[in-house]
Design a protein around this ligand. Structure first.
Ligand SMILES: [Zn+2]
Length: 286
């Protein structure tokens, strides 16, 4: 439904390819995406909402960095189509995940086959970096049993809305503490020796939610995951109905906006179809 996008950029003059692939499609309650209230009221509002959004992508980003290839999030898998998929997570999770969301994921859209299509062997992946632990970001982990998985320790210690029953049995990620300041962000962690690729703490959606900053010669590619559903939401300071903390979400919007005003920033939320075109044309927020 959403075609993959590849852009050729450079780091210190060296060519790097960045790919965006969608591991299927998701639709959510309209007021889950576009809230007019906050906190519990927003939650009540979207649960009572009878309308769903259009189909949206579930992006995974692959960076062919000279220090090694990085996979950012792992997307969804085709088992999510099975109506019993959430049963093991308990009554509430089963009700919630089968009534508030809709998924369409084909087997060939999973991250494994997509890497295959790109002729990238799994062994070439230096690390998988998870922005947070929600199912549509971790359900492709099954392809990476021998790859290093990097997770913010705080996200792991204080998850919000994750479904541990869906973690692979072998799941034992490298937990890192984000203990550096980076520009507008209080907490960051460098993923490369060149210090051009980093995780920054962008809480709100979950307490430990992270974004990925990739500084290229052509501009900063900012994988914002679930900070918001679209760039327009960020610019207009509109929020989704699903933040662990509205206050933290507001702080994160302010930090990302300040950063994007200082640097040419190409903003890629996990579920925005238009992000693919912005990546291709390297179109910044401001
Ligand atoms: Zn999420």
């Amino acid at each position: 439904m959403f075609s993959k996008q590849t852009v050729a950029v450079h780091v210190k003059g060296m060519p790097v390819k960045v790919h965006l692939v969608s591991t299927g499609a998701v639709s959510v309650k309209t007021k889950f995406r576009d809230a007019t209230k906050t906190g519990m009221l927003a939650m009540l509002d979207f649960m009572l909402d009878k309308t769903f959004t259009e189909w949206m992508p579930i992006w995974v980003m692959i960076i062919e960095h000279p220090e090694g290839f990085f996979v950012i999030d792992t997307g969804e898998n085709a088992n999510v189509n099975d109506k019993n998929y959430f049963k093991s997570s308990g009554f509430f999770a089963n009700w919630f995940d089968t009534t508030q969301f809709k998924f369409i994921v084909n087997k060939e859209e999973e991250i494994g086959p997509q890497l295959n299509d790109l002729q990238i062997p799994i062994e070439k992946i230096k690390a998988v970096v998870l922005t947070h632990l929600h199912l549509d970001h971790i359900d492709g982990l099954k392809y990476f049993p021998s790859t290093e998985i990097i997770v913010n320790k705080y996200e792991h210690d204080k998850p919000f809305g994750d479904l541990p029953k869906l973690y692979p049995s072998w799941f034992a990620p490298t937990l890192i503490e984000l203990n550096q300041q980076y520009e507008a962000f209080d907490k960051a962690f460098y993923l490369t020796k060149a210090k051009d690729l980093l995780m920054v703490h962008t809480p709100g959606h979950t307490y430990g939610h992270c974004s990925i900053v990739f500084n290229t010669d052509e501009g900063c590619i900012f994988f914002g995951a679930d900070i918001c559903y679209s760039q327009q939401q960020l610019i207009n300071e509109k929020y989704s109905g699903t933040n662990a903390s509205h206050k933290l979400a507001q702080k994160t919007y302010a930090a990302v906006t300040a950063f994007a005003k200082e640097h040419k920033t190409i903003f890629i939320p996990s579920h925005e179809a238009a992000a693919a075109e912005r990546l291709k044309t390297l179109t910044p927020v401001f």
